[in-house]
Each structure stands twice: as C-alpha cells, then as structure tokens.
Design a protein around this ligand. Structure first.
Ligand code: MTE
Length: 322
C-alpha cells in the first residue's frame, strides 16, 4: 500500500468513503464467487452520469487497490458532470449532455511504430486484461481538482506486450476521429484528432495508468470511454480520452494544446505550483464537491506524487520544460 501526501481525510469526507468501501467489498465478494470477468449486463452509458453508479456495466477487479486507498473519492456525480472533452462540447456540463453520441462499440486500439510486435487490440480483449482500481488525485490546469477511483491497468505493462525497440523514445496517443460519434470535431477548435505524448520512461512508470472505468463501472462517455490515459502527476489535459491509436516514436511528439497555444501548454505539463499559467496562478486550486468556500487547497509539486516521480526529471529545469 502506498500513501501520498493527500492522505489526510477530513471528518466530513468519511461517510462518502465508507459508502465506497462497502461497494468495493461487494465487488471483491463477487470476484471470489467466480462470477466471470464482467459482472452484469450492458448498461446504457449515455445519461448514466446523472443517476450515479449502478447503471453502467460493472468491471470485475482483479485485486485490491494498490494506490491511494487512503484518499476520499469525489462524488460520482461531480466526476461525471464537470468535464473537459471538447469533442463533446465546450462547457463543463456539455460532455455529459452530449455523451450519447459517442458509441463505444466497435472499438479497437492500434499499436504501431517503433516496436517488434505492432498490433490491433479489440476493446473486449482490453477489458479481459487484469483490471485494478487506483484512487488518484486528478488536477486540471485550471484551478480545480478531484479524487477519482479509476479502474484500468498499468500503461507500462500494456505497452511491453508490443515490445518497443530502442528507437522508441516517446509514445504518442490519438483520440478517435469521427465527427458523427464526436460531433465537436465538426468545428475546428483544435486540430483533430486530439493528440498527446509521453516520454517512454514516463509511460513505463508504475503510476501511469490506462483507465477503462471509474467507481467500478465502465467509463461514461464524458470521461473518455472506452479507454483513456491517467497520469496522476500531470495536468488534466495530458489525460487523453477515447484512445484509438498508440505509436512508439523516436522524436518528441507535439500535443494538441501545445500545437494550439505553446506558450500556455507545454509537453511535460507536470503539476507545479511554482510555474504559473500565463493567465492564472497554479498555487492553489478548488476541490470539486467541497463547496464554494470550503474547498481550496495548496497545489503540490507533481500533484503530491513527488516521492514517486521526481527522479524522472532530475537535472531538468522545470520552469523551462513546463
Ligand atoms: N481528451 C480529448 N480527446 N479531448 C479533450 O478535450 N480534455 C483534456 C483531457 N483529455 C480532452 C481530453 C482536459 S483539458 C482535461 S482537464 C481532462 O481530459 C478532463 O478529464 P475529465 O473530464 O475526466 O475530468
């Protein structure tokens, strides 16, 4: 069990967490009973966010949470109704309202580039990989944060299956391009498809995670169904949603926000209270669900995961490589 510095729980949060623990015990009990890989039937993804957990298809966890078990999760309703997903609209509520457009089957992920075993993997096979729960602190570049009980698998373990070569210095990710399923792509707000990149050692770090679900269920569309990235020590925009392509490359890729406003969004995007965004400070942020007045917290370097990840950047000027 690892505990980050976000481990302190306020008395007001304890009830939420207890409710969640009980649900997790039920999920684990289901696993012990040998109930197949996926529990339950196919739930409708669209609109489920409004009704809370229990509507979407359950994902069976292969083991107890290895990370963040001491963090109190933000309520499901907040996590699924305050989103950034420009392909599904531009206001924070728009992605939840428009998520029905995003049909997530059929879905496959193409892995290509500098690797010995490139391939195409169907989403149903991806869901058959060992799924675990990790409760990570999630911090957006704007001044808000939440704690999300993600379900998924370590990114590095997944990438190793494709045997990256010594030329694979970076990994590039791409979102689905389909203006029918992602209608926001009919407008050229960004240069679609959304793209992101990681250095190979960042991608292989044990904290780096591919999420297939949250709160024990498959991801709602607005949170990046059926598969999205979660890099807990980086700003939210690195966490690319609805991924269809992963490519091992030799040169540092350019991500979508860098391509749009390079002075505001860098490649590294490590959470850093000492590097202000040109239009706002990064020193403090609001925690969703804690009320308008009660929810401000100091931002920590690497989002509180410095003990685990600072060594990835030793010797680098984090003001220059922001
Ligand atoms: N991925 C795609 N494809 N399109 C987007 O607009 N927004 C990013 C990131 N991934 C985005 C995306 C931004 S700016 C943030 S803060 C997070 O998703 C938000 O994730 P959440 O809605 O699950 O909280």
């Amino acid at each position: 069990m690892r505990f980050s510095r976000y481990g302190r729980i306020r008395p007001s949060e304890i009830t939420d967490q207890e409710v969640w623990r009980k649900r997790r015990q039920l999920i684990t009990a289901g696993m012990a009973a040998g109930a197949g890989l996926l529990l339950g039937g196919i739930g409708s993804q669209a609109g489920a966010a409004m009704t809370g957990p229990g509507k979407n298809r359950k994902i069976l966890l292969s083991g107890e949470s290895a990370y963040g078990g001491n963090l109190a999760p933000t309520e499901y309703e907040h996590i699924t109704t305050y989103n950034n997903f420009y392909e599904l609209g531009y206001g924070k509520e728009a992605p939840a309202e428009n998520a029905a457009a995003l049909k997530t089957r059929p879905w496959s992920v193409k892995v290509s580039g500098e690797c010995a075993r490139p391939g195409l993997m169907d989403m149903e096979d991806i869901l058959k990989l060992d799924q675990e729960e990790r409760i990570y602190r999630f911090r957006c570049v704007e001044a808000w944060a939440m704690v999300v009980p993600w379900v998924g698998f370590p990114l590095g373990k997944f990438l190793q299956r494709f045997q990256p070569t010594s030329k694979a210095k970076y990994v590039e990710f791409e979102t689905l391009y389909d203006p029918q399923r992602l209608p926001g792509q009919k407008r050229t707000v960004l240069d679609w498809p959304y793209r992101e990149g990681l250095r190979i050692d960042e991608a292989m770090h044990p904290l780096a995670f591919m999420a297939t679900g949250l709160y024990g269920e498959v991801l709602p569309g607005q949170n990046g169904a059926p598969l999205r990235l979660v890099i807990p020590w980086k700003y939210g925009f690195k966490n690319i949603k609805s991924i269809v392509s992963i490519r091992f490359v030799e040169k540092q890729p350019i991500n979508s926000w860098q391509a749009t406003a390079a002075n505001e969004y860098g490649f590294y995007a490590n959470v850093n209270p000492d590097v202000p965004h040109p239009r706002w400070s990064q020193k403090r942020h609001r925690v969703l669900g804690r009320g308008v007045f009660g929810g401000k917290e100091d931002t920590l370097l690497f989002n509180g995961y410095a003990d685990e990840v600072a060594s990835l950047y030793s010797g680098m000027d984090l003001r220059k490589y922001f």
